[in-house]
Design a protein around this ligand. Sequence first.
Ligand code: G
Ligand code: G
Ligand code: MN
Ligand code: NA
Length: 253
Amino acid sequence: IAMIEALRNAIACGGFELFFQPQVTLRTREVSGAEALLRWRRDAQTVETPDRFIPLAEETGLIIALGEWVLRAACAEGQRWNVAGRRLKIAVNVSAHQLRRDDFVGSVEGALRESGLPGELLELELTESALLSEHADIVRRLQQLRELGVSIAIDDFGTGYSSLAYLRRLPIDTLKVDRQFVRDLEPERGGRPIAAMIVQIAKALGLRVVAEGIETQFQREELLLLECELGQGFLFFRPLECDAFRELIGIGS
Ligand code: G
Ligand code: G
Ligand code: MN
Ligand code: NA
């Protein structure tokens, strides 16, 4: 209960922050975009990561207001990079609860309009479970987002219980290889066939593929052999505070 109150206050009083994890071209390590990751600065000492509060925000419905804030803050920051001459795509995590609402497309449109960010520079990351229902409303919403130029990524690909059938039916642009499959690329773990299959599915369907959670040079090299071109992970960069990310891409604050 105390945590719900604290969460509600933080939403009202601006207690949240976005961190940005660079996405890179694996071959050159060049920054090609960023994933926005939510952080809750509870006090001077404690920064909470989403695993600790997103489930509660979803149970209480606070995720809607919080998700709106994330969208607006991310679009505003992405536009800042854009006007400074860095046209980087910004990826934003979206909860299934947000996608289920019929005002979701309107709120994305609002965030784009307010910030001036071109839709082409926004990617929304959805989990397989958010798309599981393949409900007509969900499909239509994804199509409307695409009409705004916004792209759709499937986060944690391969970890859900969904069939592959939806891949062909939904307007999807990107698959994100879950970090468990990247971890299994280490020697002796035998993960190469699975990772290879995911990359090939993506390529066969004409989708971009982004590997997550790359921590070692060995994993990077394996992914390059599989012809996976994009990735993110601690090997390259941890999620960075806003100013640090700006500095990285060479724009002043
Ligand atoms: O930032 P971190 O690596 O701790 O993220 C943990 C989980 O929280 C990931 O699954 C990520 O997708 C999710 N997450 C991070 N930021 C957001 C956000 O803004 N909204 C939602 N719904 N989930 C987020
Ligand atoms: O589910 P999603 O992909 O949105 O989760 C992103 C989460 O992964 C964030 O919490 C981020 O901090 C974390 N993360 C990013 N890079 C790495 C990595 O190389 N290793 C591990 N273990 N976690 C990572
Ligand atoms: Mn994600
Ligand atoms: Na993921």
